[in-house]
Design a protein around this ligand. Sequence first.
Ligand code: NAP
Length: 358
Amino acid sequence: MDKKRVAIIGVTGSVGQEFVQSLHNHPWFEVTQIAASERSAGKKYVDAIREPSGIVAWDVGGEIPEYIKDMTVKRIDELDVSQLDLVFSAVESEAARAIETKMAADVPVISTSSAYRYEEDVPILIPGVNDDQAELLETQKKNRNWKGWVAPLPNCTTTGLAITLKPLFEKYGAKKVMMTSMQAISGGGKSGVTAMGITDNILPYIPKEEGKVRIETRKILGKLKDGKIEDADIKVSCTCTRVPVIDGHTESVFVETEKEIDPSTAKDTYNEYNHSISVAGLPSAPKDYYAFHEDPTRPQPRMERDVGGGMTTTIGRVEKEELFDKGLKYMLFSHNKKMGSAKGAVLLAEMLYKKAKI
Ligand SMILES: NC(=O)c1ccc[n+]([C@@H]2O[C@H](COP(=O)([O-])OP(=O)(O)OC[C@H]3O[C@@H](n4cnc5c(N)ncnc54)[C@H](OP(=O)(O)O)[C@@H]3O)[C@@H](O)[C@H]2O)c1
């Protein structure tokens, strides 16, 4: 089988590096071009990620895959889109809008940035959660007279919340959700937070994050109807904080449901969903989409972040919530750079490839 030719743009950043790893030896996709900003353009990949001190800032762990080391990083306008089947965009959000617009005119774009998430003809896709909304990509293509489309993933904090809410919402209905996040340092990108700022500290505010979680959760759990997404009728309130954890977001969630629910039925619901998940068997899908713990000391970032290669969402501390007539509280863990961005984007590409959209 001929592999699809893909480019990674923003390849030098935190998420870009994860893309490099997630696409290493991929059975369907081959990285043929890479790009980043002017700062990196013209350099070999290893030199582009080298800090002024000489240290190679490879943040993924393990070795840098051989295939990428000597590949030259291009400027965006040097990319030959006629030789591409797909672009993975991990570009810093401000620059992403213009870049993704230019790319999508010719080729499909899967993005981790927020640039296009809030447009009416753009679904925010989580593979395994709202695959049916992928049909909106056809409308988008037509509306904009593009050869490609833009398919953004949600913000990495929304990902875990939407994944864990989906089975509850479908089976028990959800009316109100209240969430407090404890987000990892790597979620802010390579220059997001300083060591002095986060060590021995908790940052109680992450700009724009809470609004993103509110809007995106309602859209993801919404329904595609007459070429538009009707948002789910859920009130979402959240507080997003940054904590001294390197990778993986933990969230404390309170949810009010329409129907009666107790912790044991929640466990059965996640188990049923595990067995029927649409993306099962795809190359980047984990064996278990959900891990459910009854041990009250879980989830913990250090214990959960490698489960399912960072693609499993962990749920624990599930208890009846006294504040509501019907409802639960629980904690979740979701890996921001795996399921929450690069590897989740590769899983999305696999799902869209199976649906013949790529
Ligand atoms: N970090 C996470 O966990 C996470 C999770 C979900 C979504 N996201 C989103 O994913 C995107 C990337 O995040 P990140 O954390 O990887 O950020 P990052 O570490 O700051 O990396 C940003 C990347 O964008 C490139 N870039 C910046 N300006 C550019 C321009 N004008 N043209 C081309 N490339 C440009 C940078 O290239 P240079 O190295 O050459 O400057 C770098 O490769 C952001 O939109 C972010 O919101 C991040």
